[in-house]
Design a protein around this ligand. Structure first.
Ligand code: FNR
Length: 379
């Protein structure tokens, strides 16, 4: 209504309301190598496409005589009270999407303005302490890419705790980078630009590893040497022991892995295939969600392919307790900084809320698999 009322005086939104248009504008705004990095995925991007298409197989039943005039979208995730079930997925080197390279801080400001938590990536272009200090009253989460140096892992988590993060998300699916033809064609891996490693260079343990006065090349070489070893189940007790914060494991796509993680004492399961950036030829993430949600009693976070409020509602109905977006807010950032991210988040939430109203689902507990019918493919 606010938008329509503004229209009476000739004011229209600064940024597109339709996702495809927003993405096209972001493509035009970014240099081609950056667009390839942000928008691209693994292999021929079959899995990435399938992530978004999977939502179209599901239709929401509209229910009448409900009178859903008041909606409650609030949710409790691992003891963290959230006004809505939406989160910002960790997006590394997101600073590249902003004019001034401080895109992590611009994103943190959007979290403060909307109440939508940011999951701050290890790969931030400002030290995590600076990023988190801009999230206001909105809870922040920290995402860990686990380095082979255990002291460094402990240091990063300690810093996240000290900075006031409310939970830790450990990403499991990216201990090595996937086969990404677009980035290979432009021979571009942004992490290898020294200024993208500011969070590391701020870390006391990383500074000890690189020694005094390292050149930019030495920093990058030391950093690259810290990855390439995957975590195994044997490492999970160690990870668990590193922090008293809720521990969320990201990249789980098989119910057996969810059950095993639950047995190891993690606090939530994060279903994701990294937006199709890591392994092509995989299942659409949405197809993994129902079995995983049913496999444990733990809360389930979901991402990969969410592009609309309708997608959020469908993921919630299929078992997610919270839903995250990656590329959509990165596009918003590239077009309008903090205001662009706020625009994207508010649009997603407004559509989800309106759908719940129109379809007669006043609260998140009404969103069950029975709210959906599988009736596609429509693509
Ligand atoms: C990511 N993602 C990611 N995940 C993570 O755990 N740590 C990270 O640093 C990054 N970095 C990153 C960079 C870029 C440019 C993108 C697009 C994604 C994955 C991200 O958290 C999330 O899983 C996906 O983006 C979700 O899919 P959609 O919403 O982009 O389709």
């Amino acid at each position: 209504l606010e938008i329509y009322l503004n229209g009476l005086t000739g004011t229209v939104p600064d940024l597109p309301m339709a996702f495809d248009e927003l993405a096209e504008r972001a493509r035009q705004a970014m240099p081609p190598w950056l667009w390839s990095y942000v928008a691209g995925g693994a292999g021929d991007e079959h899995t990435q496409d399938a992530n978004t298409r999977a939502f179209r197989r599901w239709g929401l039943y509209p229910r009448m005589f409900v009178g859903a005039t008041q909606r409650d979208l609030s949710v409790d995730l691992c003891g963290i009270h959230l006004p809505t079930p939406l989160l910002m997925a960790p997006v590394g080197v997101i600073g590249l999407c902003s004019q001034d390279r401080h895109g992590d801080i611009a994103t943190a400001r959007a979290a403060a303005a909307t109440g939508v938590p940011m999951i701050a990536s290890t790969l931030s272009q400002d030290p995590l302490e600076d990023v988190i200090s801009h999230t206001g009253d909105t809870p922040a989460l920290f995402q860990l890419y686990t380095p082979t140096d255990r002291d460094l892992a402990a240091s990063l988590l300690h810093r996240a705790e000290q900075a006031g993060c409310k939970a830790v998300v450990v990403t499991l699916d990216t201990w090595i980078t996937g086969w990404r033809p677009r980035d290979l064609s432009t021979a571009n891996f942004p992490q290898l630009r020294g200024h993208c490693l500011a969070n590391y260079t701020h870390d006391p343990v990383f500074r000890r590893i690189v020694g005094p006065d390292p050149s930019p090349d030495q920093i990058v070489a030391h950093w690259a040497g810290l990855f390439g070893n995957p975590l195994t189940w044997d490492d999970l007790p160690w990870l668990r022991s590193l922090t008293s914060l809720p521990l969320i494991v990201k990249g789980i796509c098989h119910p057996d892995d969810a059950r095993r993680a639950a047995d190891h004492g993690v606090d939530a399961i994060y279903v994701s295939n990294h937006g199709g950036r890591q392994a092509n030829g995989g299942l659409p993430a949405l197809d993994c969600l129902p079995d995983i949600a049913a496999a444990t009693d733990l809360p389930t976070v979901f991402d990969s392919g969410v592009r609309s409020g309708a997608d959020i509602v469908k993921a919630l109905a299929l078992g997610a307790d919270a839903v995250a977006v990656g590329r959509p807010y990165a596009y918003g950032l590239s077009l309008g900084g903090t205001a662009g991210v706020v625009h994207v988040l508010r649009s997603l939430l407004a559509e989800a809320d309106l759908l719940m109203a129109v379809n007669g689902y006043p609260s998140l507990s009404d969103l069950t698999p029975q709210a959906l019918k599988e009736c596609g493919p429509w693509h």
